[in-house]
Write a protein that binds this ligand. Structure first.
Ligand SMILES: CC(C)(O)[C@@H](O)C(=O)O
Ligand SMILES: [Mg+2]
Length: 614
């Protein structure tokens, strides 16, 4: 039987000092010997996805105490990618993931906590906490802050659901009037919660649900809805329950590494491919697998992408479908239900809330469960009132979307496509692979050949697009924006959005060693590995080179003779200390970011820090 980790600080004469300090935090004799549950809360007033979390750590804490545990809350940082986007702030976004993972490790290990509740939400917070959970491997439950309601605004005279990407695209489109842009800005983000499409935050929270570390509904119950309160309460109780199962009953099935197994990761990526999630999920799953000591690679993602169909099309791949609509169609359990029927779900993987994910799907999939409570759960609807308050409304739809033929969630037979919403491409331009969200690519652009337009920063590419210096047929190639080269692997949401603003969204490709927002769509190919700063071929591309993209055959090819590429490589090497660095780029990089860059690996390894050389 494993001993409580917290005994190190709560038992024995020589811990009198530590106990004295614990007492000063409010603990009493009766508490020593109970599991200490760390509550990692990512509350901040900077981010709408986190603005409503202030009191929710204590909500969880109350349930922890009632269930027989000791609750100790601490906070992490959270970066709002949407606010950090398009300027030097974005350099901090991806590295903040490691800061969060480290912060959770530091607090849990420094104080010898026994178990963990992760209150996460936006892009880097869920992955950072997931990495920490797999690193620490103590009983852990995730509960996210929940998605934002979609906005409602007039688009071309018609009121429809909108999100921040609509506002961003319209803002740079000269054909849209100031009044319409203003209306979009006013209405795009009506409530607290993570942005309303299948962007990075929601994708990750859905994946955590599929992994079995979050509760059913974790990915799709709106932040404003009263039903999410029950998830927070249950997360507190579950943390104590699984802590007791591990420390009192020796039940290792509750540990993160026994839940997020190789099969668990296959389930998560299958969901991702089926719902056309953000390409960032690839980066974060690879990083989480690394922390969990699993050999789960791009090759596994490539393999899965060829067998899993695309079952659910959400913003940005669909203009009007948002997470609230996925919830009404049965949420993540509904999509997993269809994967299960297609033989694409490993049913036997344990979860924190049910003996197996298969048992959970049998209970929660609205097409097989005949349960009024579950039908009521998935009827949770947006309230349509501007608010920053969690659980402030309890609206319900009068019916569910159970249509698996033409509805929001399709069965395999009626899938949007038989090969899924994400693809890994290989070729001389990406020897270690790159990623494209096929769900968001116009079918006519699945094969594309164009002329390279080379930019050594996101900013230069943006100026060229806005300055009408990019034309139909161009491949906008943005390099030295990888994990090491940026550093920090910026999201290219502005270039992809501005291509759309200029009417070039379907007639240009964008290729980069940087990454994309979950809000990016179009022929946007990112994570080119190895990155330019690591000596990747992308660093050798010259203006006007032909690039051939063939998604059905999973290839990306720089159409330049090998002899010529060898010549360019030799010339690059001859530059000595200036080799594999951007030319004429004036970018200030802080010491904190340099520390990340020093250890950062390419995207094909999840952009984790490699400290093996130390
Ligand atoms: C701002 C967004 C849309 O949240 C973006 O950061 C993403 O990655 O999805
Ligand atoms: Mg993001």
């Amino acid at each position: 039987m494993p001993q409580l980790r917290s005994r190190t600080t709560t038992h024995g004469r020589n811990m009198a000092g530590a106990r004295g300090l614990w007492r000063a935090t409010g603990m009493t004799d009766a508490d020593f010997g109970k599991p200490i549950i760390a509550i990692a809360n990512s509350f901040t007033q900077f981010v709408p996805g986190h603005v409503h979390l202030k009191d929710l750590g204590q909500l969880v804490a109350g349930e922890v105490v009632a269930a027989g545990g000791v609750a100790k809350e601490f906070n992490t940082i959270a970066v709002d990618d949407g606010i950090a986007m398009g300027h030097a702030g974005m350099l901090y976004s991806l590295p903040s993931r490691e800061v969060i993972a480290d912060a959770v490790e530091y607090m849990v290990n420094a104080h010898c906590a026994d178990a963990l509740v992760c209150i996460s939400n936006c892009d880097k917070i869920t992955p950072g906490m997931l990495m920490a959970a797999l690193r620490l491997n103590i009983p852990t439950v995730f509960v996210s802050g929940g998605p934002m309601e979609a906005g409602k605004a007039p688009v071309h005279g018609e009121i429809r659901s909108v999100d921040l990407i609509d506002a961003m695209v319209a803002a740079a489109d000269d054909r849209v009037s100031d009044a319409e842009v203003e209306a979009l800005e006013q209405n795009a983000c009506p409530t607290c919660g993570s942005c309303s499409g299948m962007f990075t935050a929601n994708s990750m929270n859905c994946l955590v649900e599929a992994l079995g570390l979050g509760l059913p509904g974790n990915g799709t119950v709106l932040a404003t809805h009263a039903d999410r309160k029950a998830l927070f309460l249950r997360a507190g109780r579950t943390a104590v329950e699984i802590a007791k199962r591990w420390y009192e009953q020796d039940d290792a099935s509750v540990l993160p590494r026994n839940i997020a197994t190789f099969e668990g990761f296959e389930n998560a990526i299958a969901l991702d491919i089926a719902m056309g999630g953000s390409t960032n999920t690839v980066l974060h799953l690879l990083a989480a697998a690394y922390e969990g000591g699993l050999d789960f690679t791009m090759a596994d993602i490539d393999r899965m992408s060829r067998r899993v169909p695309h079952l659910c099309k959400v913003a940005p791949s669909s203009a009007t479908v948002h997470i609230e609509d996925v919830h009404r169609a049965g949420g993540i359990m509904g999509i997993l239900g269809e994967l299960d029927r297609a033989g694409l779900l490993h049913r036997d993987v344990p979860t924190v809330h049910a003996p197996t994910i298969g048992a959970a799907v049998d209970r929660w999939d609205i097409t097989r469960a005949n349960d009024a409570d579950i039908a009521e759960f998935y009827a949770a609807a947006p309230g349509g009132v501007r608010t920053t308050q969690a659980f402030s409304q309890a609206s319900r739809y009068t019916s569910l979307d159970r249509d698996r033929v033409g509805g929001i969630i399709r069965n395999k037979e009626n899938a949007f496509s038989q090969d899924g919403g994400l693809a890994v491409l290989y070729g001389n331009l990406a020897v270690d692979g790159c990623i494209v969200k096929t769900a968001g690519v116009d079918p006519a652009a699945l094969t594309f050949t164009g002329k390279a337009r080379v930019f050594e920063s996101q900013d230069d590419a943006v100026s060229a697009i806005l300055g009408n210096r990019v034309a139909a047929g161009d491949v906008v190639l943005i390099r030295y924006e990888g994990p090491r080269g940026g550093p920090g692997m910026q999201e290219m949401l502005y270039p992809t959005s501005y291509l759309k603003s200029k009417g070039l969204g379907k007639v240009c490709a964008l290729v980069t060693d940087g990454r994309f927002s979950g809000g990016s769509s179009g022929l946007s190919i990112g994570h080119i590995s190895p990155e330019a700063a690591e000596g990747g071929t992308i660093g050798l591309v010259e203006e006007g080179d032909r690039i051939v993209i063939d998604i059905p055959n999973r290839s990306i090819h720089l159409d330049v003779e090998t002899v010529e590429l060898d010549r360019r490589r030799d010339a690059m090497k001859a530059k000595g200390a200036k080799a594999w660095k951007p030319v004429a780029r004036d970018r200030k990089v802080s010491g904190a970011l340099k520390a990340y860059a020093y250890f950062a690996t390419s995207a094909s390894r999840g952009a984790v820090r490699d400290t093996s050389g130390i």
